[in-house]
Design a protein around this ligand. Structure first.
Ligand code: ATP
Length: 579
């Protein structure tokens, strides 16, 4: 909670202003019963109109002052609450940007979205309430009791028993509700997660007619959210009746004792009215505790969830000694590299060593799950090797600043992601200051320029969400153009040409040869691999063999089997490149 509240520091002055307005309101509220006592005892009972008019005017004036202070307090509280929410969201977003892939596996996307929206809103509400009523209500209770003791000790003694008991009850409820609210937030995460998956996979769901199943999945998550929320609300809703019952009993006691006291002359009617008035004000303040309990309990659960994000250890950070590096050549060396994912115990890459000379092209072949993508991800340091070193131009990637390392490496992942915007925007994503010529050049090399020119708006064509208006092959080529626009030193293509026909792919591979960069191509196609200078054969995380196509035909049974499976036995001798 403390860390999350530290973002209030810049607004301390405004908070004090809000509290000053709140104190004015509180002062008036506490003074009103005393004025009432005066008007009844010295005005109404004594039939003194002057007193009634004078103190009536004072009551009206102070009420107007309280009214104006209330509005000013609300205004400032809303301002601080909104600014605080803005800052919290901004810092959360920045923290999430610094997350490594391992961190993203720790928090689901849906949960991060809930934390950045719903949880921040809960904190925002709590700040608003703390400036508006959260402090006013307890102060009103405490000073209400003190003032009624001041008016008439015997009449007010009932509070000395009831109010502490009620406070203990409220604090107990608050603690209980906080734990329950954190369970409610988890259920909300689940609803968000089901919704997110459903919307992202809508095409698949429709094509596979899984609508009913999805409906059931959502209903289940939604029901859990509802029942958990109902349970916590039921708990909270017991507060007000308990409060009202106890305080109404207190009023009955005050009226009975008051009647006797007036009879014996040890209390005036004005004093009894004033103490009853304090009782109703204290009851209102205590019933506000229901909302405060709810807001505070929710905020406590939300603060914890936000704090978990802020305190998450980012495992891939720049070392203190890391320096900016210009990758000049693009030599990539793996030195006895072993790797497993942070959430797993089994190694997916085992003792891999190789050197890829600058400007060489390497094709990585292997069965699915062999570790091809994992190997690529170690080069731009999306993950760190558990054992061994990854070196570029002889420097360990952990000694380079991530920003400078990634400036020179272009990674085209297996799952293509395009952003909403124009085609030009999407290609420019690779290099913000790229000229139109650079963009067209990259598109030509990626074999997508002609397709783009066929669209009525050419490079200004708007890409729908995630590129829905493009074919799989078009999306792949566009994402390759995005990688080429920055003239990379190391290019990593993770099965990024799988949807291309052999002819287009051949042209693309030829165009890539004009780039002076080291290229890694993960592929399932022998035809593609044959275009590379070297082929790496990965099997179950082990670099089983490496060499040219002809060398591997001689040395690797597995490679021969792969060639056979794609071209037949006869094709072993006369496989030709596509170009
Ligand atoms: N984020 C992850 N967390 C844990 N294990 C993972 C993760 N990503 C991949 N793996 C596991 O690592 C192994 C290698 O996966 P990788 O994606 O590198 O294989 P691949 O050769 O690229 O497969 P494909 O050709 O199907 O893309 C697999 O067993 C996979 O289950």
């Amino acid at each position: 909670m403390q860390h999350v509240l530290s973002y209030l520091k810049p607004y301390r002055k405004w908070m004090i202003v809000a509290w000053i307005f709140m104190l004015i309101e509180l002062f008036v509220e506490l003074w009103q019963p005393l004025l009432m006592e005066k008007i009844i005892d010295h005005g109404v009972i004594s039939k003194n109109l002057h007193i009634i008019w004078t103190w009536g005017a004072v009551m009206l004036g102070t009420s107007l002052l309280a009214f104006a202070s209330g509005i000013a307090n609300s205004f400032v509280a809303a301002h601080v609450g909104q600014q605080y929410g803005f800052d919290l969201r901004k810092h959360l977003f920045e923290k999430i940007q610094s997350f490594s892939f391992a961190n993203f596996e720790q928090f689901s996307t849906a949960s991060l979205i809930t934390r950045m929206t719903n949880d921040v809103t809960q904190m925002q509400n709590m700040v608003f309430m703390s400036l508006r009523i959260m402090l006013r209500a307890p102060l009103l209770v405490v000073f209400g009791v003190v003032m009624s003791l001041f008016v008439h000790v015997q009449l007010a003694l009932i509070f000395v028993v009831t109010v502490p008991l009620l406070l203990v009850f409220l604090i107990w409820m608050m603690n209980k509700a906080a734990a329950w609210f954190s369970v409610v937030q988890q259920a909300l995460d689940r609803v968000n997660s089901v919704m997110r998956e459903n919307l992202a996979g809508m095409r698949l769901i429709k094509a596979w007619m899984r609508g009913t199943y999805e409906q059931e999945r959502f209903t289940k998550a939604n029901e859990t959210l509802m029942t958990r929320t109902m349970s916590v609300l039921r708990l909270i809703e017991t507060i007000t009746p308990v409060l009202l019952f106890v305080m109404n009993m207190a009023i009955i006691v005050i009226l009975s004792v008051g009647r006797m006291e007036i009879h014996t002359g040890s209390a005036t009617a004005g004093q009894v009215v004033a103490v009853v008035n304090y009782t109703t004000r204290i009851t209102t303040a205590l019933s506000i505790f229901t909302f405060i309990t709810m807001a505070f309990s929710r905020a406590r659960a939300s603060a914890q969830r936000i704090s978990d994000v802020f305190t998450a250890q980012v495992d891939i950070v720049d070392d203190e000694r890391a320096h900016d590096t210009n990758i000049q050549e693009g030599e990539v060396r793996f030195d006895h590299v072993s790797f497993r994912y942070p959430n797993s115990h089994s190694f997916v890459l085992k003792d891999i060593s190789f050197v890829v000379r600058p400007h060489e092209t390497v094709a990585i072949l292997g069965a699915t799950g062999a570790g091809k993508s994992s190997l690529l991800q170690l080069i731009p340091r999306l993950y760190d090797a558990i054992e061994g070193r990854v070196l570029i131009d002889g420097i360990d990637v952990r000694q380079m600043k991530q920003e400078s390392l990634r400036t020179y490496i272009r990674f085209v992942p297996q799952d293509i992601l395009l952003f909403s915007g124009t085609i030009e925007d999407n290609i420019r994503f690779g290099k913000e200051d790229a000229s139109m010529e650079d963009i067209i050049q990259a598109a030509k090399h990626a074999q997508i320029h002609e397709t783009i020119m066929k669209f009525p708006k050419g490079y200004d064509t708007l890409i729908g969400q995630k590129g829905v208006n493009l074919s799989g092959g078009q999306k792949q080529r566009l994402s390759i153009a995005r990688a080429l626009v920055g003239t990379p030193k190391i290019l990593l293509l993770d099965d990024s040409t799988s949807a291309l026909d052999l002819k287009t792919e051949g042209k693309l591979l030829q165009a890539l040869k004009t780039y002076t960069c080291t290229t890694f191509i993960v592929t399932q196609k022998i035809q593609t691999a044959m275009e590379a200078d070297t082929i790496f054969l990965l099997d179950d995380g082990v670099l089983l063999a490496k060499g040219s196509h002809n060398e591997l035909l001689q040395t690797s049974d597995l490679y021969r089997k792969m060639v056979e499976s794609q071209f037949g036995k006869k094709g072993l001798g006369d496989v030709k490149t596509a170009t």
